[in-house]
Design a binder for this molecule. Structure first.
Ligand SMILES: Cc1ncc(COP(=O)(O)O)c(C=O)c1O
Length: 353
C-alpha cells in the first residue's frame, strides 16, 4: 500500500519547462522577461535589513497591497498576494473544487490546471477552443464551480474581449478566474469586472512584465468577500519579507515596467513577421511569446536541433500540439540567433515546413 492518497499516487505531476544550467544559452522556453528588473528593485534588495529576515513577514503584505491597489484603481482589500500566480491557482482549486464541484476551462491552455485538479481531486471539464480560439459557448453551461480562462491564453497567445468574459461571469453560477499572467503584453484586461461581478478573480504575476520570475510573486484582484474567503486557505506567511519589499518596489516603478513591455512588444512584431516569412503559421500574439506552427510535419526535429545549438524553445509531445513551438520573445540578439538557427535548420530540410 502507498503512503499517498490514491490520486496523488497516480498523478504524474507538472513538468516545468527545462531550466538549463549553462548560462551561455538562448533561453526562450519558459516566457521569462529577457530584460533585467527595475533598478528600484535592485536598490530595494540592497536595502534589506537583517531585522526583516529575523522576523516573520507581514501575513497580508500590506505594502504591496497598497501599491498594487493604487496601480489598478481598487482597494487594498481587493488584493491578495501569493507565492507566484501558480499558488493562487492552487488556492482557488482548493477553495472551490471537490468531487462534486468541477473545474472547467477551454483547451489548449496552461497544463498546470489539470495537474492541480487531479491532486484535489475534482472533476475536470475541458472544452476545446475552435480554430480561431474563440471563447467556447459551452463553458457557460458546463456547471463548473470554478471556470478558468487564461487570457491572453497560453500557449496560443490569443486574447478574448472583456465584454465576452463579462457575459460569461454573468451566466455561470460558480467563480470565474481570469488568468492574466500574460496581460502586461495585451491591449486590454479584465480588472474592471471585479467591480460588477462578485464571482470574478483576476490573476496577476510579477514573473513576466516585471522580470521577476525568480522572486515568486503573484496576486489576485477580486471582490473583497472573495478575497476574505481565499485568505482562509492561504498559508499564513505565503510571501516572504524580501519578496514583499522587491515586489512593492517593482509595481511602484510603472515607468520602467511600461518601457520594458514596449520593448518586448516591438521584438514580438519582428519575430512574428520573420517566422511567417520562413513559412511558419503564427497567429497574432498578445503575450510575450509566439506560437509557431510548422506547415506540415512535426516540430520535434526543429526543437531538438535548436536544443543541440543551445537554443531552448517549448515543445509538447501531444497530438494537437506536436506541429507547434512556443517561443518566448527574447532580446533582439536572442531572437536573431534563433532566427539564424531556424534558417539553417530549414535550409537543410529539417522540420519540413
Ligand atoms: C498561464 C499561466 N498562468 C500562471 C502562471 C504563473 O506564473 P507564476 O507562478 O510565475 O507567477 C504562468 C507561468 O508561466 C502561466 O503561464
Amino acid at each position: 500500500m502507498s503512503y499517498f492518497r490514491d490520486n496523488v499516487e497516480q498523478a504524474a505531476g507538472y513538468t516545468p519547462g527545462f531550466q538549463p544550467k549553462a548560462t551561455e544559452v538562448v533561453k526562450l522556453n519558459t516566457n521569462e522577461n529577457p530584460y533585467p528588473p527595475s533598478p528600484q528593485v535592485i536598490r530595494a534588495l540592497a536595502e534589506i535589513k537583517p531585522e526583516q529576515l529575523r522576523r516573520y513577514p507581514d501575513p497580508l503584505a500590506t505594502a504591496f497591497r497598497e501599491a498594487a491597489a493604487e496601480v489598478h484603481g481598487v482597494q487594498p482589500e481587493n488584493i491578495l498576494c501569493c507565492n507566484g500566480g501558480d499558488e493562487l491557482l492552487a488556492m482557488a482549486i482548493r477553495a472551490f473544487c471537490d468531487e462534486r464541484r468541477p473545474l472547467a476551462y477551454p483547451v489548449p491552455t496552461y497544463t498546470l490546471y489539470p495537474v492541480l485538479a487531479r491532486l484535489q481531486p475534482c472533476e475536470v471539464i475541458e472544452i476545446p477552443f475552435d480554430a480561431e480560439f474563440n471563447l467556447p459557448a459551452k463553458l457557460a453551461t458546463a456547471g463548473a464551480a470554478l471556470t478558468i480562462v487564461c487570457n491572453p491564453n497560453a500557449p496560443t497567445g490569443s486574447l478574448i474581449r472583456t465584454e465576452e468574459l463579462a457575459s460569461l461571469a454573468a451566466e455561470i453560477k460558480g467563480v470565474l478566474l481570469i488568468d492574466e499572467a500574460y496581460v502586461d503584453f495585451a491591449e486590454w484586461d479584465c480588472v474592471s469586472l471585479i467591480k460588477d461581478f462578485p464571482n470574478v478573480i483576476v490573476l496577476r504575476t510579477l514573473s513576466k512584465g516585471y522580470s521577476l520570475a525568480g522572486l515568486r510573486f503573484g496576486y489576485a484582484i477580486a471582490d473583497k468577500d472573495l478575497i476574505e474567503g481565499l485568505l482562509k486557505v492561504k498559508d499564513s506567511y505565503n510571501v516572504d519579507a524580501v519578496a514583499i519589499s522587491l515586489a512593492t518596489a517593482a509595481v511602484k516603478d510603472q515607468a520602467y515596467f511600461r518601457e520594458n513591455v514596449e520593448k518586448i512588444k516591438s521584438q514580438r512584431r519582428i519575430l512574428t513577421e520573420q517566422l511567417r516569412v520562413m513559412g511558419f503559421a503564427v497567429p497574432d500574439s498578445h503575450s510575450n511569446f509566439v506560437f509557431a506552427q510548422v506547415r506540415n510535419g512535426s516540430a520535434a526535429p526543429i526543437h531538438e536541433e535548436l536544443a543541440r545549438q543551445n537554443i531552448f524553445v517549448r515543445y509538447w509531445n501531444a497530438p494537437e500540439l506536436a506541429d507547434k513551438l512556443r517561443i518566448s520573445v527574447g532580446t533582439r540578439e536572442q531572437n536573431e540567433r534563433l532566427l539564424a538557427a531556424l534558417k539553417g535548420i530549414l535550409s537543410r530540410g529539417g522540420g519540413n515546413t
